[in-house]
Design a binder for this molecule. Structure first.
Ligand code: DX5
Ligand code: ZN
Length: 216
């Protein structure tokens, strides 16, 4: 099976996010990825829940919200409203299990994201309850960075952890993904990828999504 493709709007022109949503759907993307940053957990600021709520009616694709904020629990309900999947950082809270339960109780898919330097075994207690693990290929905060070479070994380890736990979460790589490394990520164990700057830059977006998601 090929990769599923989630388009991040982070690198789009924020005055034309509606166009990016339409382009993503027309190109055959699987999902939309919203990068929420608070200027504290990461050194950058983006937007809050209202923006996502307002664009909910402009797309029929599922929404995955990636919270890069210090206290995700304080804003969970607000972001749950328009998200189909809600992903927060394992580094951002003391008790991820509690937030995962709240997301699941709301009938939404729970995701945990993990930064490139954080040991993967930190995820172990939670993996049976997760819809996805968002494996960062770059330090979170900005689009357009280069993927870390360590991501391939980390993918292999995550696949092993999933097998040993008998868990079923999807593994999604976020940051630095483009048409050339997508097949390598898939072979290393990724189920899906987030596409930010590479999607925006692609001249033919349908061909780009096809190339990334091709089963090869
Ligand atoms: C980075 C974000 C990513 C970002 C990816 O903190 O989490 O989702 O949009 O952008 P690219 O694909 O350009 O690396
Ligand atoms: Zn992201």
């Amino acid at each position: 099976m090929g990769l599923f493709t989630t388009v991040s709007i982070l690198s789009s022109d924020f005055s034309a996010i509606g166009d990016t949503l339409r382009e993503a759907a027309d190109a055959g993307a699987s999902m939309i990825h919203w990068d929420v940053m608070d200027g504290h957990f990461v050194p950058n600021l983006t937007f809050g829940p209202k923006l996502i709520d307002d664009f909910r009616k402009k797309s029929s694709l599922p929404f995955d919200t990636h919270l890069m904020i210090t206290s995700p629990g304080d804003y969970l309900d607000r972001f749950l409203k328009s998200s189909d999947y809600l992903t927060f950082h394992v580094e951002s809270v003391d008790k991820p299990g509690y937030l995962i339960s709240r997301i699941r109780e709301a009938g939404k898919g729970a995701g945990l994201s993990i930064k490139p330097q954080t040991p993967l075994p930190l995820l172990t207690p939670y993996i049976s309850d997760l819809a996805s693990v968002l494996l960062m290929g770059v330090e979170p905060g900005f689009g357009g960075q280069t993927i870390s070479d360590a991501v391939y070994d980390r993918l292999a380890l995550l696949v092993r952890m999933r097998r040993e736990a008998g868990a079923a979460f999807k593994i999604v790589v976020d940051g630095g993904v483009h048409a050339e490394n997508a097949a390598i990520l898939r072979r290393a164990g990724a189920d899906g990828v987030v596409l930010g700057s590479a999607f925006i830059a692609a001249e033919n977006k349908k061909k780009f999504i096809e190339a990334v998601s091709a089963d090869k």
